[in-house]
Design a binder for this molecule. Structure first.
Ligand SMILES: Cc1cc2nc3c(=O)[nH]c(=O)nc-3n(C[C@H](O)[C@H](O)[C@H](O)COP(=O)(O)OP(=O)(O)OC[C@H]3O[C@@H](n4cnc5c(N)ncnc54)[C@H](O)[C@@H]3O)c2cc1C
Ligand SMILES: NC(=O)c1ccc[n+]([C@@H]2O[C@H](COP(=O)([O-])OP(=O)(O)OC[C@H]3O[C@@H](n4cnc5c(N)ncnc54)[C@H](O)[C@@H]3O)[C@@H](O)[C@H]2O)c1
Length: 450
């Protein structure tokens, strides 16, 4: 039986960002993967999504210049865009596998399953390791309704050779909102069916509502307070019926009602690893109920957002901890998050809602869209909400703008490192830029009354 120092189950961001430094530190490392090397972000998430989103952002940015000197008509050619995306994404798993092997990491293709706490079988072949890391991620949840086999997921959407005319998205979380934004900009008829009366639960509600209104004005139909009840195959079309009895004829139904942890086929009972329906239970050292078995990434039952940067942070912590370079609990910094919708919504740190509830904070809205540079781009609806703690330090921010990614990333050091406006004065940024306005914005917001 082959034996390793560390064996990872899964090859996503939560695994390979730990495997490489461990191998560099001289440990004998293996990664087991049952599907494509590199996991969801690279193959079915962030990376293919952001390539497909590229022209969508260009189209929206151009539209903001309508009547301001730009009058271009764009047409998004889906099959050409898909071929472009595939040419970028398809080589990535092979490239990562080569990089891993070059670094001395053994890549084992096949489904991993614990036979006992120290043995993992990969397609029936036993392997043992001193330390095992479960980094098996999540997959789309599928509601148990008649016709569920007719529904597609984000995995399918991101590889569709043709984009049909009428598309229904079930759910209004990150996945639906981002893919609906792409489909809508590509000129398709989009309907979103959502249980609650709001999109993007967890984001600043006024911005989520503003986004839904904007998407409506771009032609997206929302069916709030409703759920998918069944999908039937009609003649050349699908018929989606909702619990409220609405009948929606479409060509494609994309289910995005959340994601579930890949824990069911791991043989966790044989390993004696505690888990819940939300994922693997770990302590503050990312150790499971078995001290030699660790877990990282989306598969964790955790309160932190299940995002790539979180998975990378956990992987780097594990690598440092398993080589003995650090001997302290994991300490997460504030985690920036963004929905790549049109426009984008992003946030970090204490939310305006948490601030209002807990007290001890000042919440200051900033009409970014009135600043000359945002007016110049036509991004007049851009908005920012800043949260200050009672020592006047920035504790949180929420942004609504096509530039929300840059805005939130520019504010991240101020929140994570507790920087003050005076410290921004010590930095010389390239100009004109949002960054160069930060010191002024912080002072202005703080001086502004309640
Ligand atoms: C459509 C979409 C868009 C996204 N966009 C963003 C974004 O813009 N920004 C962002 O930060 N995050 C985004 N995410 C989230 C991001 O993809 C995840 O947080 C990230 O991939 C988590 O990495 P991971 O390594 O924990 O898990 P994964 O990437 O899911 O990797 C787990 C791997 O384990 C393998 N595996 C599972 N069980 C077994 C087994 N028994 N044996 C062997 N292998 C197994 C799986 O095949 C998979 O390859 C997006 C997600 C989706 C679905
Ligand atoms: N930009 C990003 O960072 C990004 C992008 C995509 C995905 N992700 C990750 O993927 C995760 C999952 O995303 P998601 O959008 O699938 O899930 P989600 O949990 O964010 O949203 C699912 C939505 O579906 C609704 N819903 C549930 N059952 C329903 C039903 N039967 N009918 C109608 N609506 C229903 C829920 O109320 C919820 O609003 C995210 O939480 C995030 O971690 C991140």
């Amino acid at each position: 039986m082959s034996t390793f120092d560390v064996l990872f189950i899964g090859s996503g961001q939560a695994a390979w960002n730990a495997a490489l430094p461990l191998a560099a530190a001289g440990q004998k490392v293996a990664i087991a993967e049952r599907h494509k090397i590199a996991g969801v972000c690279t193959n079915y998430g962030c990376d293919p999504k952001i390539v497909l989103d590229g022209p969508v952002k260009v189209m929206e940015d151009a539209q903001l210049y309508a009547g301001k000197g730009l009058s271009s008509q764009f047409a998004l050619n889906w099959s050409e865009l898909m071929a472009h995306k595939n040419s970028i994404i398809d080589p990535l798993p092979g490239m990562l596998e080569q990089m891993l092997e070059k670094a001395g990491v053994t890549v084992l293709h096949g489904e991993a399953r614990f036979a006992d706490p120290h043995t993992v079988e990969i397609d029936g072949q036993p392997y043992s390791a001193e330390k095992i890391v479960i980094a098996s991620g999540q997959r789309p949840a599928m509601p148990d309704i008649p016709g569920k086999e007719l529904m597609k997921t984000s995995d399918d959407f991101l590889y569709l050779p043709e984009l049909p005319k009428r598309i229904a998205f079930i759910g209004a979380g990150y996945v639906s909102m981002e893919l609906a934004s792409i489909a809508s900009k590509a000129g398709r008829e989009v309907t979103v069916v959502q249980t609650s009366d709001r999109v993007l639960n967890g984001f600043h509600p006024p911005y989520a509502d503003k986004l839904a209104e904007k998407m409506k004005s771009d032609g997206v139909s929302f069916r709030f307070g409703d759920r998918a009840a069944s999908v039937e195959q009609g003649e050349g079309e699908l018929l989606l019926t909702t619990e409220k009895g609405r009948k929606i004829p479409v060509d494609l139904v994309v289910n995005a009602t959340g994601r579930i942890p890949n824990t069911d086929s791991l043989g966790l009972e044989a390993a004696g690893v505690e888990h819940t329906r939300k994922g693997i239970v770990v302590d503050e050292y990312l150790r499971t109920s078995q001290p030699h078995i660790y877990a990282s990434g989306d598969v964790l039952d955790k309160k932190q957002p299940r995002l790539t940067p979180t998975a990378v942070f956990e992987a780097k912590y594990l690598a440092a901890s398993l080589t003995g370079a650090v001997d302290r609990p994991i300490q997460y910094p504030p985690i920036a998050t963004i929905a790549f919708t049109v426009p984008r919504i992003a946030q970090i740190g204490v939310t305006p809602e948490e601030a209002e509830q807990s007290g001890g904070y000042a919440v200051k809205p900033v009409k970014l869209g009135e600043q000359w540079d945002f007016v110049g781009r036509g991004d007049t609806e851009a908005h920012l909400t800043l949260v200050f703690d009672n020592e006047g330090r920035l504790a949180g921010a929420a942004a609504y703008s096509m530039e929300a990614l840059e805005i939130i990333n520019a504010l991240t050091p101020f929140i994570a490192l507790k920087l003050k406006a005076e410290q921004a004065d010590q930095l010389i940024y390239a100009f004109p830029s949002f960054e160069s306005t930060i010191a002024g914005l912080l002072r202005q917001a703080q001086d502004q009354g309640e």
